[in-house]
Design a protein. Structure first.
Length: 235
């Protein structure tokens, strides 16, 4: 896209004062269904853990919000499931949050769900902990140690072995940056014209971090909108 056109779009955006919020986790509520354009999906028995009630039924419940959620387990035989995506984590104090509901527990004491970044376990829950995570319960994990402006692999992995059923429901996954200013590309304490020009200079490339704010491997229109949404002094 011609950079003059992009600057015109940017000026129009600023003039009408539209606010947008960059999403660090893409489709954290799975509302784009399956196959999902953002999540890498695996399930030994079902093809994907991503469900809606039309496909998976409602006997054990449904999503925390929206129409879709992730259902790990769900059978009385061995089931291995996973969902993962690359996320770019901005600098500062950063928190991973998601909602968890264990709607059935086999009683075998070994069925589990693990959440990790770059293969490092952040949170693990066993089926025996159903009492603490039913009904829907929010889980919060400080991931500030990964907050370096670079891409990291976020993964949800589960193994259930039977012979009774275990269900781990997951929904509404978010990574929230409470401080920091990743759109301040020149480090002057404010998001402004020099940061905009730096983003345009990187247009179409994969810098492995900002200004690829959405972590999709290419600086593009969503990254431009994210920068404009943070225009002005850093918090």
């Amino acid at each position: 896209m011609n950079r003059t056109i992009l600057l015109t779009i940017a000026a129009l955006w600023l003039s009408i004062n539209v606010t947008a919020q960059a999403q660090i986790v893409s489709d954290g509520g799975f509302e784009l269904g399956t196959p999902n354009p953002f999540w890498d999906e695996f399930s030994t028995n079902f093809g994907s853990p991503i469900c809606n009630q039309a496909q998976c039924g409602s006997f054990f419940g449904g999503p925390f919000k929206g129409d879709w959620w992730a259902w790990f387990g769900g059978t009385t035989v061995v089931e291995i499931g996973s969902l993962s995506q690359q996320v770019t984590i901005p600098s500062g104090t950063v928190t991973l949050t998601f909602w968890l509901d264990i709607t059935a527990a086999s009683g075998n004491g070994v069925d589990f769900l693990t959440v990790s970044l770059d293969g490092i376990d952040l949170f693990t829950v066993l089926e025996s902990e159903m009492g603490a995570f039913h009904p829907w319960t929010e889980v919060t994990v400080d991931i500030s140690s990964f907050a370096d402006g670079r891409s990291h692999l976020l993964s949800f992995d589960s193994t259930v072995t039977g012979p009774m059923r275990t269900n781990f429901f997951v929904d509404a996954i978010e990574i929230i940056s409470k401080t920091g200013c990743p759109a301040d590309l020149d480090g002057d304490g404010s998001v402004g014209i020099l940061d905009l020009l730096a983003l345009l200079a990187a247009w179409g490339t994969d810098p492995g971090g900002p200004p690829d704010f959405d972590g999709d491997g290419s600086v593009g229109i969503l990254d431009l909108l994210a920068l404009l949404a943070n225009w002005g002094p850093c918090p």
